[in-house]
Design a protein around this ligand. Structure first.
Ligand SMILES: Cc1cc2nc3c(=O)[nH]c(=O)nc-3n(C[C@H](O)[C@H](O)[C@H](O)COP(=O)(O)OP(=O)(O)OC[C@H]3O[C@@H](n4cnc5c(N)ncnc54)[C@H](O)[C@@H]3O)c2cc1C
Length: 450
C-alpha cells in the first residue's frame, strides 16, 4: 500500500522563513517547525532526530516525497536511486497539482483537488445502516481484542479467581475469533499461559512486564493495537471505540460457534465481561442479564439471539440516558438494532405492537446476524482490498480472511484504502489540509485587513 512521506508543515515553515527574510539559504537536509533562519539568513536545523531521519532517507531537498508500502519505510537506510527498492522518489511534486498528476499516473486514477470527500469526516462510517460498513469492523475486532488484553495485563487483572475465566475466553478466541491473526495469537498465549501463571499464583512485576510486552504485541499480530478505530470510530473522541469493538467481537463469536458450544461460550462471555471489562456499570448490568438466564443454551441460534436481545436492552437504556444527559454521539445515536434499512425482513409486517415494541422475525434476525457478523465481517474486506489480494498473491497463499497480510500493512491499507476508497487519498488529504490551512490563513488575513 503506497504512502507518502513528507513534512508539509516543514515546507510551510520553510516558505514562511523565506517570506520573513531568509533571503539566502541552502536547501536543508531536513527541517521542522522548530528550525529557523540564522543571522546570515541560512536555515538551521535544530533537532538531531530530524537529521537522523533525513539521513536515513537521504533527504536533500524539499519537498521530498517517497512512495511505497509502509513496511518498507522501516528499512535502516534508503537511497533515492537504490535498485529493486519498493520505495520510489516522487520526482515531480513542486505543486499540489503536479503531485496529484504523478499519483494519478501511478494509480491509473483521475482524482482532482476539488474532490472534497477527502476531508476527515469521510473517515467516519457515513451511514450506520449501510451493510458495507461492517467490512471495516474486522480491524476493530482485532483492535478491541488487543486492547482488552493490554488492559488486563496493565491493570494486573489476572488473579487466582479470574485466571480460569481468561483461559476459557482465550479458548473460545482460539477456535472462533474472526481474525486468524488473533486466533494464532490467542493460541500462543494459551500455550505459554502456565509458564507465566502457575495455578493460584498472580504475576510478580518483572514477569508481568515481560508477558505484557510479548502478549500485548502478539495477540493479534505486531502493530496491534494500532490506536485508532475504523467502523467503531465516533464523531467525538470519547464515544464508541473499545466497547463498540468488544460488542462486535462478542456477536461475531456467537455466530461462529457450534450448537454444542453454545452454553460454554455463553459462560465464557459472561465471565469475561464480569471479570475483565473495566466499565463497572456495564459489567453489573450485563451480569444481571447473564444471571437471569434460566435454562442452558442448546444452540448457537439461541445464544446469538440472546446476545442480540441483551445488546438491544443496553441500547434501549442508553437511548434514554443519552436523551436525558444530551451526550449522544450526534452521528451515532443509540437505536434499536438492526434498523429497517439494514434488515427489512427482520421486522414482522405489522412492525410494532400497540405499546410501540418492535415485533421481530427471529428467524430472519438470526439469518441476518449470521451473515452480518459471519461472512460479511471477514470476506468483504478481501473482495474490496486490491492491496490485500496483492499481498496474498505475493505470499503465494490463499487467504480466508484478512489475516494473511501483515498487521500493519492491512490496517493502513484499510485506513486509507477502505475508508478513503484509495490510498491516494492520504496524499490528497495532506494537500487538502495544507490548502485549508492556507485558506484559513488568507481568510484571517483578509479579515485583519477589514
Ligand atoms: C457487554 C457490554 C455491556 C455494556 N453495558 C453498558 C451499560 O450498561 N451502560 C453503558 O453506558 N454502556 C454500556 N456498554 C457500552 C455501550 O453498549 C456501547 O458499546 C457504547 O456506548 C458505544 O456505543 P456505539 O454507538 O459504538 O454502539 P454499540 O452499542 O457499541 O454497538 C456497536 C455496533 O454493534 C451493532 N449493534 C447495535 N446493537 C446491536 C444489537 N442489538 N445486536 C447486534 N449488533 C448490534 C451496531 O452496528 C453498532 O454500531 C456496554 C458494552 C458492552 C460490550
Amino acid at each position: 500500500m503506497p504512502v507518502i512521506f513528507t513534512q508539509v508543515s516543514s515546507l510551510q515553515k520553510l516558505q514562511a522563513s523565506l517570506r520573513e527574510g531568509c533571503k539566502t539559504f541552502q536547501w536543508p537536509r531536513c527541517c521542522t517547525s522548530r528550525d529557523y533562519c540564522d543571522g546570515t539568513g541560512r536555515l538551521r536545523i535544530k533537532a538531531q532526530v530530524n537529521l537522523d531521519l533525513c539521513n536515513k532517507f537521504s533527504v536533500d531537498h524539499y519537498p521530498f516525497l517517497v512512495w511505497g508500502p509502509p513496511t518498507k519505510f522501516n528499512s535502516p537506510q534508503w537511497k533515492p536511486k537504490q535498485e529493486n527498492s519498493e520505495l520510489e522518489l516522487i520526482d515531480d511534486a513542486r505543486t499540489a497539482e503536479r503531485l496529484l498528476k504523478w499519483i494519478n499516473k501511478k494509480m491509473g486514477s483521475s482524482f482532482s483537488l476539488d474532490d472534497k470527500k477527502y476531508e476527515n469526516e469521510s473517515m467516519l462510517p457515513k451511514n450506520a445502516s449501510d451493510p458495507e460498513q461492517i467490512i471495516r469492523a474486522i480491524y476493530d475486532v482485532e483492535e478491541a481484542t488487543a486492547h482488552a488484553l493490554q488492559i488486563i495485563l496493565e491493570l494486573k487483572m489476572i488473579k487466582p479467581d479470574t485466571r480460569d475465566s481468561l483461559v476459557r475466553f482465550l479458548q473460545t478466541l482460539v477456535a472462533h475469533h474472526p481474525s486468524k491473526r488473533c486466533r494464532r495469537g490467542s493460541a500462543e498465549m494459551l500455550i505459554n499461559f502456565d509458564d507465566h501463571w502457575h495455578t493460584n499464583l498472580s504475576l510478580s512485576a518483572p514477569e508481568s512486564s515481560t508477558l505484557l510486552k510479548s502478549a500485548g504485541e502478539n495477540i493479534c499480530g505486531k502493530g496491534v493495537p494500532r490506536g485508532y478505530w475504523m467502523f467503531c470510530r465516533g464523531s467525538k473522541k470519547e464515544t464508541r471505540g473499545f466497547s463498540c469493538g468488544l460488542w462486535v467481537l462478542l456477536h461475531s463469536l456467537t455466530v461462529r460457534i457450534g450448537d454444542g458450544e453454545s452454553q460454554s461460550t455463553f459462560t465464557s462471555i459472561c465471565d469475561f465481561i464480569h471479570n475483565f471489562f473495566i466499565c463497572q456499570e456495564c459489567r453489573t448490568h450485563f451480569y444481571e442479564m447473564c444471571s437471569s438466564v434460566s435454562s442452558p443454551f442448546k444452540s448457537s441460534r439461541e445464544l446469538a439471539l440472546w446476545l442480540w436481545t441483551a445488546h438491544n436492552k443496553v441500547n434501549e437504556r442508553l437511548m434514554k440516558e443519552e436523551k436525558d444527559l444530551d451526550n449522544a454521539d450526534p452521528l451515532f445515536p443509540k437505536a434499536i438494532w438492526p434498523p429497517k434499512q439494514l434488515c427489512p425482513s427482520c421486522y414482522q409486517s405489522s412492525s410494532s405492537t400497540a405499546e410501540g415494541a418492535v415485533e421481530w422475525n427471529d428467524d430472519e434476525v438470526f439469518h441476518f446476524l449470521v451473515n452480518y457478523y459471519g461472512k460479511m465481517l471477514v470476506s468483504s474486506y478481501r473482495e474490496t482490498s486490491v492491496e490485500s489480494l496483492q499481498v496474498t498473491k505475493q505470499a503465494g497463499t490463499i487467504s480466508d480472511d484478512s489475516s494473511t497480510s501483515s498487521a500493519t500493512t492491512v490496517p493502513i491499507g484499510a485506513a486509507l484504502g477502505v475508508a478513503l476508497a484509495s490510498c491516494t487519498f492520504g496524499a490528497l488529504a495532506c494537500f487538502w489540509r495544507a490548502q485549508q490551512k492556507n485558506r484559513k490563513y488568507y481568510h484571517l488575513r483578509s479579515l485583519k485587513k477589514i
